[in-house]
Ligand binder design. Structure first.
Ligand SMILES: [Zn+2]
Length: 47
């Protein structure tokens, strides 16, 4: 199943600095849902 959504205008990537948890979305999460750490915006997703 392909996760790419052509109707999503702009999907940003966020990564937790503490545990490496990653999420995507148009709104910045306030904190990491896993460890409540600081989540930063990463411009280029890395596999
Ligand atoms: Zn975390």
């Amino acid at each position: 199943m392909v996760y790419h959504d052509p109707y999503t205008p702009e999907r940003k990537y966020y990564e937790c600095r503490d545990c490496g948890y990653r999420t995507t979305g148009t709104d910045k999460p306030g904190s990491c849902p896993e460890c409540d750490g600081l989540v930063k915006n990463i411009a280029v997703p890395q596999e």
